[in-house]
Design a protein around this ligand. Structure first.
Ligand code: ADE
Length: 249
């Protein structure tokens, strides 16, 4: 997969993508990235990329032409057509389902805004989709772009060493949050590993994990439960469980 990043700070996203699973995906040739800086396409001695908003108000708005030229250069770098995705708090919330779809594309272009935003005419003409990574405001789209890069890179075939681990993630498969995990030692000053995990009984372990995921999802993200397709037996079991003091609940 190829990801082009249009940004005033393309190195920022490239650096984020240099480590761990994403860095390895690049080394393995599963992901290639290229940055495009609108300043390189801006005119004049000052290479201006922004201007004051019509109608007044604080902050600056990114100009159409440098962004448009940078997007055109990114498009032209590869013959395959690319969706252009603008990262902004006004976008649709990014979900794992959308990440999966994006991960299946052969290429995408991520557009990062700075300042108060981007001239709306550029968005209307060039952008296919607007995505938000959450209901909070970042100082630019770069961190959000890095989030998209990470989430899609780890789903490329061969990016994860244990092919199963993506399927077991939160939101994948059953639509529930992930269950708790433990490793050695069994006994620690901070607590003991739940006995069932040491039992070797795979059916029991699977049931325990599923139930933990149900408890956690109810405590932290009850909105996900409705779509998770609980069996009647599971719903009854969950109903009978007290709500406990989950630190994140
Ligand atoms: N740019 C600024 N804030 C953002 C957010 N929450 N999601 C995506 N892009 C952004």
């Amino acid at each position: 997969m190829r990801i082009d990043v249009v940004s005033l700070f393309p190195e920022f996203v490239a650096q984020c993508a240099g480590f761990g699973v994403v860095g390895r995906a690049q080394e393995r040739g599963l992901l290639s990235m290229q940055g495009w800086n609108p300043r390189d396409y801006a005119d004049g001695n000052y290479r201006r990329v922004d201007d004051r908003p019509f109608g007044g108000g604080p902050g600056m708005v990114m100009l159409i032409d440098p962004l448009r030229a940078a997007i055109a250069a990114a498009r032209a770098a590869d013959p395959a057509p690319a969706r252009v995705i603008y990262l902004s708090p006004q976008g649709r919330p990014l979900t794992q389902a959308r990440v999966r779809e994006l991960a299946a594309e052969s290429r995408i272009i991520l557009l990062c805004g700075r300042y108060e935003g981007v001239d709306e005419r550029l968005l209307a003409a060039e952008v296919d989709e607007e995505l938000s990574i959450g209901d909070y405001v970042l100082s630019g789209g770069e961190l959000a772009a890095a989030v998209v890069v990470d989430a899609v890179a780890r789903l490329q075939d061969g990016a994860l060493n244990d092919a199963d681990s993506a399927v077991q993630d939160s939101f994948e498969g059953d639509g529930l949050l992930d269950c708790p995990h433990y490793t050695r030692p069994v006994e620690h000053a901070l607590g003991t590993v739940p006995e069932v995990l040491l039992s070797g009984n795979h059916a029991e372990i699977a049931r325990w994990r599923r139930r933990q995921a149900l408890l956690r999802t109810r405590a932290r993200r009850p909105d996900l439960l409705a779509a998770a397709g609980l069996s009647a037996e599971e719903a009854r079991w969950l109903e009978a469980q007290a709500t406990d003091g989950d630190p994140a609940g």
